[in-house]
Design a protein around this ligand. Structure first.
Ligand code: NI
Length: 175
């Protein structure tokens, strides 16, 4: 039986829960598959390329991504670990569903090899480059409680924090 999917609420920076360290998934069971489905539903609805469980206040090592232009090629990473990183670095503009409408440049490894479990608990390894490499590193940071704005200067980060708090206040007033 296919579980009913549900859109989840995405935590917004600077919500302190975004700084929670995620725990490994003990077993890829129906509960975890349900979480994966909900993460995918939430990510596609928000038009994001990646979403970590941390961002929906579930502190387990689960990530969903889709960097395809057709939005039909989901990548599910459960208990992901980076097993190799290129010496070469690359700078790319990043955004985050937890920091809406903010984009800035971050330097990361140009290529990474990731080992993870898929939605049926099968182990696999992928070599990621380009947008996929950026996304893997960005989402894995979320599992460690790190948001991409932490790579920016303190001045920029403070401005973003103020802007996000203002946005949240305005939305709450509008309700
Ligand atoms: Ni993000």
């Amino acid at each position: 039986m296919r579980p009913t999917m549900a859109k989840l609420n995405i935590l917004r920076y600077p919500d302190p829960r975004l700084h929670t360290l995620a725990k490994p998934v003990a077993a890829v069971d129906d509960r975890v598959r349900r979480l994966v489905e909900d993460l995918l539903e939430t990510m596609y609805a928000a038009e994001g390329v990646g979403l970590a469980a941390t961002q929906v206040d579930v502190h387990e090592r689960v990530i969903v991504m889709d960097t395809s232009s057709e939005r039909d090629n989901p990548l599910i990473l459960i208990n992901p670990e980076i097993t190799a990183r290129s010496v070469e670095l690359a700078v790319a503009e990043e955004g985050c569903l937890s920091v809406p409408q903010i984009y800035d440049k971050v330097e990361r490894h140009a290529r990474v090899t990731v080992r993870a479990l898929g939605r049926d608990g099968e182990a696999f390894e992928i070599e990621a480059e380009g947008l996929t490499a950026v996304c893997v590193q960005h989402e894995m940071d979320h599992l460690l409680g790190k948001v991409f704005v932490e790579y920016l200067s303190p001045l920029k980060r403070d401005r973003i924090r103020t802007k996000m708090l203002k946005k949240t206040r305005e939305e709450q007033r509008g309700r």
